[in-house]
Design a protein around this ligand. Structure first.
Ligand SMILES: *Cc1c(COP(=O)(O)O)cnc(C)c1O
Length: 493
């Protein structure tokens, strides 16, 4: 299977190249040149398989340069005891028509583990296939979840190192503790004076600094990123849509072949795009519901076909969805139109901050997607209501999806739907406590204990006892000095 760029379909690369490069030279995103299908009999086979086997079957359809034995090795190490339940991505039913697909049983308690436990293995193996002998250093600027998930994924992976920068005052207490207590010999964590944009711009500057990369090259090191535009991050996410469908069938609540909806809390459009791929591969999905918080640029887009980032930015209680430019949307636009149009729209987005895809593409879009948004107060009410109704505790991102679904399904409450649950409620304990009427000002570790005391729900193992773990990293730099911090770190390696 060859991979092409969303901005030029005539230049193709191998899967290994697409994963190693991350972004195409023309600035586009890589995607497979065709979408493989899953037959009805294969779907039946998937239902009998466990999560790891399902992952091998789905991923192998996109990665024919990787042997089945290789892929088996990857899944056996990516989805194993590092997850706190044997199902890896369990589907928990609130009622016959509502299943919660819990994607936060991995080491950092957010859904990014599903991809970032796999990406380092795909990346290292891709580099080997390309005869790359240098060591790769992953640079990340994070507003919270991605940094920790990338650290956990790359920790102690041979041939790699990882440096994560976070804004000093821009991540939650729990997130800061999670990062600064990260173990591993090849990891580095540093805060930046400033906000997320400062950290991100600093990382971008390092990436484009030729002298800097020359200096690293002399030492046998090159830079790469782990952000969500890498195909190696998107691919592992397709698996859990198939897995959730199979678990729904296995529960006896639907029959094989029945359609279901998925409701997905969306930021950068990576998660829901994986669902779209699953649908196009033949999974019986009626609609993908794109749920946004107050940064509802995607809701407007799916309703009107007009994408407009010129709007107020809101900092919400679901910070991982506080995004005005959803990078992965570019892949969907390509699938619904062509490379020339995508190039044009992305140019307009850069210059004017907006573009209009027109009636034809809009109609296509609306055939597969539904949408809605939920402000903070509605998400808090959803957390509170569902905990009183069924003792089910959800995090603030999942609550956005849940709240949107409640609004949309008023006329059709029995249609089988999977809500994609993207984080453990303990990861956002401060807001979840506030939603339950018990907001407190305390340290991250204490908030986690308060939430257990209030609800009787135990915190996931990686989040308990955070306060007492050794803090390994305390560096804080001005944004101009991030490159020096990277050099210093690499010299200790
Ligand atoms: C990253 C993230 C999202 C958004 O996922 P996208 O793939 O960016 O749409 C939602 N919830 C949580 C908890 C996340 O960390």
């Amino acid at each position: 299977m060859k991979y092409i760029s969303t901005r030029d379909k005539n230049k193709s690369v191998t899967a290994a190249e697409a994963i190693a490069k991350g972004l195409a030279d023309d600035g586009g995103l890589f995607l497979p040149e065709s979408i493989p299908s899953v037959s009805a009999s294969e779907l039946k086979e998937l239902c009998k398989a466990n999560y790891r086997e399902r992952a091998v079957i789905i991923m192998s359809k996109f990665l024919d340069e990787f042997s089945e034995a290789e892929l088996r090795g990857f899944v056996n190490s990516a989805y194993a005891e590092n997850f706190d339940c044997p199902e890896i991505a369990p589907l928990r039913f609130l009622d016959d028509a509502t299943g919660m697909l819990e994607l936060w049983h991995g080491p950092t308690c957010a859904f990014k583990d599903m991809a970032l436990q796999m990406l380092p293995l795909l990346l290292v193996s891709s580099l080997k296939k390309l005869n790359e002998n240098r060591k790769v250093c992953i640079l990340v600027a994070t507003s919270g979840d991605t940094g920790k998930a990338a650290l956990a994924g790359f920790a102690n992976v041979p041939g790699t190192s990882i440096a994560v920068f976070y804004p000093r005052d821009g991540v939650s207490d729990v997130q800061k503790l999670q990062m600064t207590t990260q173990e591993g010999d090849n990891v580095y964590v540093c805060s930046v004076e400033g906000n997320f944009d400062d950290a991100q711009n600093g990382v971008k500057r390092i990436f484009s600094d030729r002298d800097f990369s020359e200096k690293l090259n002399e030492n046998g090191v090159f830079l790469s990123s782990a952000n969500s535009i890498n195909w190696g991050r998107l691919l592992p996410q397709i698996v859990y849509y198939f897995s959730a469908y199979c678990d729904y069938v296995n529960s006896g609540k639907i029959k094989m072949g029945d359609e279901i909806d998925f409701c997905v809390p969306t930021g950068n459009f990576g998660d829901i795009l994986a669902g779209y791929y699953a649908k196009k591969m033949g999974l019986p999905v009626r609609k993908l519901i794109c749920a946004s918080n107050s940064n509802n640029v995607l809701t407007d887009f799916i309703k009107t076909g007009f994408y407009d980032r010129n709007r107020q930015f809101f900092s919400t209680i679901s910070p991982s969805m506080d995004i005005l430019v959803s990078s992965n949307l570019e892949r969907l636009l390509f699938l619904l139109s062509d490379d020339k149009q995508v190039k044009n729209w992305m140019e307009l987005l850069k210059i004017k901050g907006s573009y209009n895809v027109g009636a034809g593409v809009l109609a296509e879009l609306q055939r597969d997607f539904d949408c809605g948004f939920c402000a903070d107060d509605e998400a808090m009410l959803a957390i509170n209501r569902e905990f009183s109704n069924s003792d089910y505790l959800m995090d603030t991102h999942t609550a956005v999806a849940f709240g949107v679904l409640e609004k949309l399904r008023k006329n059709d409450p029995k249609f089988p739907t999977v809500v994609v649950s993207t984080a453990s409620p303990f990861k956002f304990a401060d807001s979840v406590l506030a939603a339950l009427g018990k907001g407190e000002k305390k340290s991250g570790g204490q908030l986690i204990e308060s939430l257990t005391a209030l609800t009787g729900v135990l915190a996931p193992r990686p989040l308990s006892g955070l306060d007492s773990r050794e803090k390994r990293f305390s560096d804080c730099v001005a944004k101009e000095n991030m490159d020096k911090a990277v050099l210093k770190f690499l010299q200790t390696m």
